[in-house]
Design a protein around this ligand. Structure first.
Ligand code: NDP
Length: 347
């Protein structure tokens, strides 16, 4: 029986692991077999993570976080979680190759995935002119003509932010009106560097080694045109990775895991969540890392309360599962009730 299993290896997961390991809880972190390190593995230079005045490559930052977590005793498993069972005092996490692990608590730090356009050359030119994060990469597009795809708040925010660097920013949107909030729309409309290309979708991204142009198709008359560009930002939404916990944890109306206020406590006792999987707004490496800290501290308190309750009952948990269940209930009823309330409000 482990103390805690952390699922996810982005900044939230590794930060939770660093704290849990330093608390001597010997955490296990399941890092995914092919996507270990999370979204930052797809980023080039990270210049806004404190402590690296000259910037650091995204993958290097993630390797350092892993090294730091392992230094204090985190066991990192490169495997994919296929199933979880979260109810009751013993949580089980089933993986593709390593079998089923048991723990008293679980921290979800599964992040979110940028929605992609689904075009053939999107992957190939990713990091070579195609980006999903203006705050991360905007700086590299100084004095260039670039475009943002999307019509929501993210697209407006990214387009407006990118005018600090780019000489011109097109917003390519598939409809003739925006989904974005009025205030964000107005800000973009008033910006002289932004031009809207309505009723257009990107059907091709062109360039040998970097983005040189995109092919647009008019959604009204079907006509096509090639638009020369030095960069393309895709801002068509994010999907939190919650497929493992559907039907088990409460979600908010934004589709993220519901937590109790500023804590990481989910609707089930002993289950915590951190990072992008609870955050539909900020989605930065540093906010995810901070959220991982919160999850580790909440988890530590939970285990301490559990231990106290067990000691009070004076019944060894392994021998009397029912007694342990009772102890868990008393240790965490307050957290579960308030998280459930938060979920209801969120929904
Ligand atoms: P949204 O889901 O709100 O918007 C996505 C946009 O992308 C829509 O305009 C949609 O078009 C378009 N889109 C989706 N799929 C495709 C596709 N395959 N091809 C072309 N276009 C596509 O996502 P956001 O990330 O913008 O926002 C998510 C949440 O975060 C929202 O609640 C938002 O309010 C919030 N947010 C708030 C911010 C703030 O307040 N500062 C900043 C950023 C986000 P269509 O309209 O046709 O469906």
């Amino acid at each position: 029986m482990r103390n805690v299993i952390i699922i996810g290896s982005g900044p939230a997961g590794y930060t939770a692991a660093i704290y849990a390991a330093r608390a001597n809880l010997k955490p296990v972190l399941i890092a995914s077999s092919v996507e270990a390190g999370g979204e930052l593995m797809n980023t080039t230079e990270v210049e806004n993570f404190p402590g690296f005045p000259q910037g650091i490559q995204g993958p290097d930052l993630m390797f350092k976080m892993q090294e730091q977590a392992e230094r204090f005793g985190t066991e990192v498993i490169l495997d994919d979680v296929t199933e979880v069972s979260l109810d009751g005092p013993v949580k089980t996490v089933t993986t593709g190759y390593s079998g089923t692990l048991e723990a008293r608590s679980v921290i979800f730090a599964t992040g979110s995935a940028y929605r992609k356009l689904g075009l053939a050359d999107e992957e190939r030119l990713s990091g070579r002119g195609i980006s999903w994060c203006a705050t991360c990469d905007g700086f590299f597009f100084k004095e260039k003509t670039i475009a943002v795809v999307g019509g929501g708040d993210s697209a407006m925010e990214e387009a407006t932010f990118l005018t600090r660097f780019a000489s011109k920013v097109y917003v390519i949107h598939r409809k003739d009106s925006l989904r974005a909030s009025k205030i964000m729309q107005e800000r973009a409309f008033q910006n002289e560097k932004i031009e809207f290309l309505w009723n257009n979708e990107v059907v091709g991204i062109n360039g040998e080694n970097a983005v040189e142009s995109v092919t647009l198709r008019n959604t009204v008359d079907g006509s096509e045109q090639v638009l020369p560009l030095g960069g393309l930002f895709v801002a068509i939404g994010n999907d939190p990775r919650v497929h493992l916990v559907h039907q088990q944890l409460e979600l908010t109306s934004d589709g993220v895991i519901a937590v109790d206020g500023r804590s990481s406590r989910t609707s089930l006792a002993g289950v915590f969540a951190a990072g992008d999987v609870i955050d539909p707004h900020y989605r930065q490496a540093i906010t995810a890392a901070a959220s991982g800290t919160v999850a580790a501290l909440d988890m530590e308190s939970y285990l301490a309360e559990l231990e106290q309750a067990e000691a009070h009952l004076d019944v060894p948990a392994e021998q009397e599962p029912e007694a342990e269940a009772e102890a868990v209930e008393s240790a965490s009823a307050r957290a579960a009730a308030s998280a459930s309330e938060a979920a209801t409000v969120g929904a």
